[in-house]
Design a protein around this ligand. Structure first.
Ligand SMILES: *Cc1c(COP(=O)(O)O)cnc(C)c1O
Length: 230
């Protein structure tokens, strides 16, 4: 077994244990493998071990990597900031964009999504802990943005994602995740057919699953530490 296969297995075991502790079924949480800064051979090793969904932060790096892996049936999620000048690449190459936080970006993605592809699957990134410099829509502005994005023809709004700052302990972390869950449930109560709550990373996936996450985004615990800071 490769190191990556063994680490993937360990992450699946953590997810299963967290689901059990939360009284949830194991298949209620999807694993997104975050392959940023790792090369195509790492993605190949993870795919050989059964992983099909991959998350990338840096759009040009991701597109270059995809070209080297187009013999594999992979699903790519954009989880990094999307500037206006990158929307065309995201619309053309990714299946999911999880970091939409402005209507202007959503409109460009919808306009630029090629006709031969299915709608781009979208999560809205929420700035749930109010960090001033962080990306993400504020909870106050979320309902209006969600309604507007849900109406765009070439996007399918699937849910919310958040990247909270680390908290002092697991309980505080869980409280932040629970706030995101409440925002998600509120949108569903307004009639939006959402099914994805993307939260939890290597360090905090247990707290996120306890709070209702349906997708954890895990890099380090699968691929190892990232040496390059971009
Ligand atoms: C890098 C990254 C991850 C993965 O983080 P790890 O701590 O390596 O698991 C998850 N989500 C986002 C948005 C990231 O940028």
């Amino acid at each position: 077994m490769t190191v990556i296969a063994a680490q993937l297995q360990a992450v699946h075991a953590r997810i299963a244990a967290a689901c059990l502790a939360a009284g949830r079924s194991t298949d209620s949480v999807q694993l997104l493998a975050v392959s940023k800064t790792f090369g195509p051979e790492a993605v190949r090793a993870a795919h050989a071990a059964g992983q099909t969904a991959f998350g990338e932060n840096y759009i040009q790096e991701a597109v270059d990597k995809m070209a080297l892996l187009d013999d594999l049936p992979l699903q790519w999620h954009c989880i990094g900031p999307i500037q206006s000048n990158k929307t065309r690449l995201v619309a053309a190459h990714f299946q999911w964009a999880q970091t939409v936080d402005r209507l202007k970006i959503a409109q460009r993605l919808s306009e630029q999504r090629p006709d031969h592809l299915p709608p781009l699957q979208v999560c809205l990134q929420v700035n749930v802990d109010g960090g001033l410099t962080k990306s993400g829509v504020s909870p106050d502005e979320l309902p209006a943005l969600a309604q507007a994005v849900a109406a765009l023809p070439r996007l399918q709004l699937r849910g919310l994602m958040c990247i909270p700052d680390p908290q002092e302990d697991a309980e505080a972390m869980r409280a932040v995740f629970l706030r995101t869950r409440a925002l998600y449930e509120d949108l569903r109560a307004r009639g939006l057919p959402l099914d994805t709550l993307s939260m939890g990373m290597s360090a905090d996936l247990e707290a996120a699953i306890a709070a209702g996450s349906t997708m954890v985004r895990v890099g380090t615990a699968i691929f190892g530490g990232r040496s390059t800071v971009k």
